[in-house]
Design a protein. Structure first.
Length: 125
């Protein structure tokens, strides 16, 4: 996937999750409250500046923490709330996210399996 397309998709996903959270917690029917608007702009800036966009799957598994600690806690709370609700509001985005997650797990499993097999072949020799 093209890096810019990946970056744009991630920004859209985060924006939708923040929108779901704001709607349910702050009573906004359209748009975002000032707090959530500020967080959405912050998240967009962090995603835009991400140095590992080419190789990472999701921010939650990235070794680099781009978010300030307080913001990271805030976005985690919002993701935990809005993430599961994305299935109802944006099912195609959710399915795409799930497919990427499964693909990442399969690749990680295959990598560890290959590394264990190569370790065994070294020990046998």
């Amino acid at each position: 996937m093209d890096v810019e397309k990946k970056r744009q998709r991630e920004q859209e996903t985060v924006a939708k999750i923040i929108e779901i959270y704001c709607h349910d917690h702050h009573g906004k029917r359209s748009g975002l409250c000032p707090e959530c608007e500020e967080l959405a702009h912050y998240a967009e800036a962090r995603i835009t500046a991400c140095p590992r966009m080419e190789v990472k799957s999701f921010c939650s598994v990235c070794p680099i923490h781009c978010y300030a600690p307080a913001r990271r806690q805030e976005i985690q709370t919002i993701m935990r709330y809005g993430g599961p609700r994305m299935l109802l509001h944006h099912p195609l985005m959710t399915l795409h996210h799930m497919m990427l997650s499964w693909q990442m797990r399969l690749e990680r499993f295959a990598f560890f399996r290959r590394s264990r097999q190569s370790d065994r072949s070294v020990k046998v020799k």
